[in-house]
Design a protein. Structure first.
Length: 113
C-alpha cells in the first residue's frame, strides 16, 4: 500500500496554480507592510526582532532564486519585494535602537555633569 500522496501537476487547472502564486504574493507584502507601518507610526522597534526580519529577508531572496521565476509578477512582489521591505525593517531597527542608545548615553552624561 502506497501511503504517499502523488499529485500530477499537469492535471491541476491553470487557474488554481495561478491563484496559489497570487495568495502569498499578496499576504507576504501585506504582513510586512503592517509591521513596517507600526514601526514608522510608533517610531519604536520595541519587541521587533532584528534576527527574525533579517532571516525573513534572506529566506525570501533564497526562495526567489530557487523558484527561478525571475520575471513572474508573483515572485517579484511576493518574494523579492517582501525581501526589500524585510531589509528596510532591519535597517529601521538598527537606526531606532542606535538612536535610543545614543540618547540614553546623553542622558547619563547630563546626569554626571
Amino acid at each position: 500500500m502506497d501511503i504517499f500522496l502523488h499529485i500530477d501537476v499537469a492535471n491541476i487547472p491553470n487557474i488554481i496554480t495561478n491563484l496559489a502564486g497570487w495568495i502569498p504574493a499578496i499576504i507576504l507584502p501585506a504582513a510586512t507592510i503592517s509591521q513596517l507601518a507600526k514601526i514608522v507610526r510608533s517610531k519604536s522597534a520595541e519587541g521587533v526582532s532584528l534576527a527574525t526580519w533579517l532571516l525573513f529577508g534572506i529566506a525570501n531572496v533564497g526562495l526567489y532564486i530557487f523558484t527561478e521565476k525571475y520575471f513572474a509578477l508573483q515572485a517579484l512582489l511576493g518574494l523579492l519585494g517582501t525581501a526589500v521591505m524585510d531589509f528596510i525593517i532591519v535597517a529601521m531597527i538598527v537606526l531606532i535602537k542606535g538612536n535610543k542608545k545614543i540618547k540614553t548615553e546623553e542622558i547619563k552624561l547630563d546626569e554626571v555633569t
